[in-house]
Write a protein that binds this ligand. Structure first.
Ligand code: GDP
Length: 444
């Protein structure tokens, strides 16, 4: 997980001070020594570390903290506030143009995840903001990049404007903007060329594209795993062409977190999105406060709730509740539930968003066995319609057939049938209890 080392160290440190009824300057000093060490270990820019420590120390030894009833907790709150501030404070949103189309330039070095992010962003803007995006293949130096964008466009059913490699990226972008106007596509996302290093030619080309129509956003895509290099790249791009925001990719990997914590402070430009995987839906808006909570082990319930809300269908949830109550829950419903849970993403990542999850022993190594879920799914899919609704008819022969059909063993099938039966029994009891509870409540 990203930020693992940093989270562990910071949480250990704040745990010590949290419950203190009295906090002395020496306590604060001791804590800040540990905080400084934790940040340096996480590859945070040295200047940023110094400023952070200075700010927190000044606030923490203030009269109002020292004399408050809960000084330890106040200090922890200050650390959280400053960590949030360090990552940009408020969540930063996309600016859309009033003059059509909105132009978003995606810039960055090769391999940072620019092309992938172009697709993810387009898909998200269509889904959440109701935009009609046009993807523009302007990376003419790497033919594979054009193909890659075309594949992504197909996969997402989004239009891609490409003209091969013989026309200049500036001309392609110009034509694409015209095309978008004609076709009433309101958001043009240009996948510009990457290079291995920041160089003069690249910057000139980006400036020329920028001059076509002042972009509403220039997003720099950087790889979180590259730590301080990402921060340097951000600084270079910002000085040369002026970026409006950063997309930090590969935050699903085990980055130490230095880039996420330093970029804003060094460039004064916000992180707008983070890439959390290779799939097209793995792009999340960056929320500094939630990230600070996660790093400090206070959990990220808000993100978890949002994830659930965007994946769970309310009407379906109500229907399910009714089925639980009347025990008419079938294997089809079971499969439905499984699919909904799976849509929320890898289960071990979800578990880690729970407050205090980091304190559960062994959770850091917990790998929810998703293949087990796959087996369950295969078994249910191998059942006939009748078997799914009336599992009691599944006799030995049927069990054999289902096991063969799903590529599992009879033991696997038996286990699932038993679990399903137990679950139904439990639901019956629970709904019985609820009914009783309700009756009691309504008695005078
Ligand atoms: P480009 O050269 O900047 O256009 O980079 P690509 O979009 O081709 O991405 C390079 C590699 O990084 C590809 O294998 C992507 O699948 C992968 N990648 C991009 N974003 C993420 C992310 O957020 N998480 C992970 N794990 N991989 C990513």
């Amino acid at each position: 997980m990203a930020f693992e080392g940093l989270a562990e160290r910071l949480q250990g440190t704040i745990q010590k001070i949290k419950g203190k009824g009295k906090v002395s300057e020496a306590d604060v000093k001791e804590m800040m020594r540990e905080v400084r060490f934790a940040l340096i270990e996480a590859d945070v820019n040295l200047k940023v570390v110094k400023e952070f420590v200075k700010k927190v120390s000044e606030r923490a030894v203030g009269q109002d903290v020292m004399q408050s009833l809960t000084p330890g907790q106040q200090v922890v709150k200050i650390v959280k506030d400053e960590l949030t501030e360090l990552m940009g404070g408020e969540q930063s949103k996309i600016e859309f143009s009033t003059k059509q189309p909105t132009v978003i330039m995606m810039v960055g070095l090769q391999g940072a995840g620019k092309t992938t992010t172009t697709g993810k962003l387009a898909s998200q803007l269509r889904k959440k903001n109701n935009r009609k995006p046009l993807l523009v293949a302007a990376d003419v130096y790497r033919p594979a990049a054009i193909q890659q964008l075309e594949t992504i466009g197909k996969q997402l059913s989004l239009p891609v404007f490409s003209k091969g490699t013989d026309i200049s990226p500036v001309e392609i972008s110009r034509q694409a903007i015209e095309y978008a106007k004609q076709e009433h596509l309101d958001t043009v996302i240009i996948d510009t060329a990457g290079r291995l290093h920041v160089d003069e030619n690249l910057m000139q080309e980006l400036k020329d594209i920028r001059a076509l129509k002042e972009p509403d956003e220039i997003f720099l895509v950087v790889d979180a795993m590259t730590g301080q290099d990402a921060v340097n790249v951000a600084q270079n791009f910002n000085e040369a062409i002026g970026i409006t925001g950063v997309v930090l990719t590969k935050l699903d990997g085990d980055t130490r977190g230095g880039a996420a914590l330093s970029i804003r402070s060094v460039t004064q430009k916000p992180i707008k999105f983070v890439g959390m995987g290779e799939k097209m839906d793995a792009l999340e808006p960056f929320h500094p406060e939630r990230m600070a909570s996660r790093i400090l082990g206070m959990g990220d319930m808000l993100s978890l709730i949002e994830k659930a809300q965007s994946n769970i269908d309310e009407a379906k949830a109500k229907e399910m509740e009714e089925k639980f109550r009347t025990s008419s829950f079938t294997f089809d419903d079971f499969l439905d539930q499984l699919t909904q849970v799976k849509q929320m993403g890898p289960l071990d990542e979800i578990l880690k968003m729970l407050p205090g999850a980091n304190k559960i022993k062994g959770l850091e190594n917990a790998k929810v066995d998703e293949s087990q879920m796959g087996r369950v799914e295969a078994i249910i899919r191998s059942m006939t319609k009748q078997e799914k609704t009336s599992p009691e008819i599944i006799n030995a022969n049927r069990r054999k057939r289902i096991a063969r059909g799903s590529g599992t063993t009879i033991q696997d099938v038996n286990r699932l049938l038993k679990q399903f039966e137990d679950m139904k029994k439990m639901m019956k009891q629970m709904s019985g209890m609820n009914q009783k509870g309700k009756k009691k409540m309504s008695m005078p």
